[in-house]
Design a protein around this ligand. Structure first.
Ligand SMILES: [Zn+2]
Length: 192
């Protein structure tokens, strides 16, 4: 795999609020972080929802190894029903996020076909060449996570939405100790 490029491809959420969706591609493997939607702005008359542009993924769908969700807010999970109309792959998320997307997929009659996995903070999942570890972050919704994504070129940290709150509700702190460890080992890229 010498000389293989690692591609970081945002399909939404960069320079705009909402519809967060990021692809990581290395060789024959692609993983997806978040599949969010955006609520329309004032001038988008007649538009109900805005979803990420799936074009690139459509063209490389055979490489898709999994979707990883950072937390249950609509701008991170809301476009999943539209994603599942076209793509099939396992989805990994924390317990509350899993519960929220189950309700959503059930409404869209997609729950029976979906392959959903709950991942606890500190646990890792292998998806193609990528190994994805969940870690706890403080956010305005419980069970929010960031991801440490081990790639052949080094680890990438994707924080998701987070805050540094020393007195968080339900005692859910951003795991600064784990982040410091990754930083000390050498982080290839930090995404937030
Ligand atoms: Zn959020």
């Amino acid at each position: 795999m010498a000389g293989t490029a690692l591609r970081v491809i945002p399909l939404g959420g960069l320079g705009e609020i909402g519809r967060n969706m990021m692809l990581l591609e290395y060789g024959d493997d692609i993983i997806v972080v978040d599949v969010g939607l955006m609520f329309p702005e004032e001038e988008m008359l007649g538009v109900d929802l805005v979803i990420p542009d799936f074009t690139y993924l459509r063209e490389h769908a055979h490489k898709l190894r999994g979707v990883f969700l950072t937390h249950g807010h609509e701008d991170h999970v809301g476009a999943l029903p539209y994603f599942f109309r076209e793509f099939k792959c396992p989805v990994y998320s924390s317990k509350l996020t899993d519960g929220l997307i189950r309700v959503k997929l059930n409404e869209h009659r997609q729950l029976a076909q979906a392959e959903l996995h709950v991942v606890k903070p500190g646990e890792s999942v292998q998806a193609g060449v990528f190994e994805v570890e969940f870690f706890t972050v403080a956010h305005s919704i419980p069970d929010a996570c960031g991801l440490i994504i081990k790639t052949p070129l080094g680890p990438i940290v994707h924080t998701g939405d987070f805050k540094l709150d020393h007195t968080p509700v339900m005692d859910q702190h951003t795991d600064l100790i784990r982040l410091a460890q990754v930083g000390a080992e050498g982080c290839l890229l930090l995404l937030r």
